[in-house]
Design a protein around this ligand. Structure first.
Ligand SMILES: NC(=O)c1ccc[n+]([C@@H]2O[C@H](COP(=O)([O-])OP(=O)(O)OC[C@H]3O[C@@H](n4cnc5c(N)ncnc54)[C@H](OP(=O)(O)O)[C@@H]3O)[C@@H](O)[C@H]2O)c1
Length: 343
């Protein structure tokens, strides 16, 4: 897209965005102006309606989760909005299409470029803004709990962080696909909310032993799959909560990168330990995941089995406040940033 063509299409030369000024607290997030990015071959340019805030953005701000090579250094792993320009070779989308998209960075801005294969239509019944809350957690949970973790109907899953963006997505996906789900939360109130969202069982990890509860829920057998965002000393406890042939899927290490486990437990109960990080995976992998989500998961929104769970909305310039809210840990579900003037 040439500068003249962009001007013709009403796309400005530069845009408001949020950058990271040195590593640090929420105040490191600073409003700035950047040239509007140009879509390369196979990419689309999206005028952003909303951007999702995810814990990995907080990690990036702290300098603990650098963008992969080639990705924008602006934070923001997901947006929704309107496609305003197409890169060479894009056939699936047209200018004017409303989509949500998974990004490797660059979402905290008025415009963002996304690989065409990582865009999905706005699910039936959702607003354009609401759709921004979906990509990061739906790609992550679908890939890790259902594809890597092989959760199938009738099985039990244990998912930590039941009211997180990831947790609220896992609860709904498990309900929609017939998997029974127990979640851990840090308060009775969060447990109540997680049950309201659809968790079959909730465990207050501050007052209860999740291993004992997981065993009690399953007549002593243990759960079939654990989706773990805690790591550290949770690992041996997660393994103790697993049934024979159970699967353990690591997606974060909030309590540390090291754990001591009993190797013989893995052998005796034929456990599988796996995990992944989404951001650095190749575009082809993410595009295949998008296709799987569109075919199997998106129809569940129209069927009323899935809905966005949005905690709060902040103007783009208030990104530091949005991060403060996430780090206070009182949110349930997703936090959104809205570019442009707000009422
Ligand atoms: N691997 C990947 O591809 C990938 C992709 C996306 C996200 N993630 C990771 O997934 C996690 C959730 O992301 P998010 O955006 O949904 O973040 P979030 O909404 O901020 O949630 C963080 C959650 O961690 C829970 N938690 C912290 N310590 C805990 C403990 N000891 N026991 C049980 N739960 C605990 C918190 O529960 P309470 O508030 O109840 O204490 C909170 O619900 C993050 O760690 C993120 O880095 C990984």
């Amino acid at each position: 897209m040439t500068a003249a063509k962009a001007r013709e299409a009403g796309i400005p030369g530069d845009m408001a965005a949020i950058g990271i000024a040195g590593e640090g607290g929420p105040e490191a997030l600073r409003p700035l102006r950047r040239p509007v990015p140009r879509p390369g071959p196979g990419e689309v340019l999206i005028r952003v309606a909303a951007a999702g805030v995810n814990r990995p953005d907080v990690m990036q701000r702290k300098g603990l989760y650098p963008p992969p090579p080639g990705a924008s250094n602006l934070p923001g792993l997901e947006v929704s909005g309107t496609i305003v320009a197409l890169g060479e070779g894009v056939t699936r989308w047209r200018e004017g299409d409303e989509v949500c998209a998974l990004l490797a960075g660059g979402g905290y801005a008025e415009y963002a470029v996304a690989p065409a294969g990582q865009c999905l239509p706005v699910p039936a019944g959702l607003t354009l803004e609401e759709a921004a809350s979906l990509p990061e957690t739906y790609f992550t949970v679908w890939s890790n709990l259902f594809e890597r973790g092989q959760a199938v109907p009738g099985e039990w899953a244990l998912v930590h962080g039941g009211t997180s963006g990831i947790g609220t997505t896992a609860i709904q996906l498990c309900r929609a696909f017939g998997v029974r789900i127990a979640v851990t939360c840090g308060s009775d109130e969060k447990c109540r909310v997680a049950r309201e969202i659809g968790a079959d069982a909730t465990i207050n990890y501050r007052t209860e032993d999740f291993v004992e509860r997981a065993r009690a829920l399953t007549d002593g057998r243990g759960v079939d799959v654990v989706l773990d965002m805690v790591g550290g000393d949770y690992l041996p406890r997660n393994l103790a909560a697993l049934a024979p042939d159970g699967r353990h899927v690591s997606i974060a290490i909030q309590r540390g990168n090291k754990a001591e486990i009993r190797i013989f437990d893995i052998m005796a109960r034929r456990l599988t330990l796996t995990g992944s990080t989404l951001r650095a995976r190749p575009a082809a992998f993410k595009a295949a995941l998008a296709q799987s989500l569109e075919a199997k998961v998106w129809p569940q929104f129209a069927a009323g089995k899935l809905r966005p769970i949005i905690d709060s909305r902040f103007a783009l310039d208030d990104a530091p406040e949005a991060h403060r809210r996430m780090e206070e840990g009182r949110h349930v579900g997703k936090i959104l940033l809205i570019p442009g003037p707000t009422d």
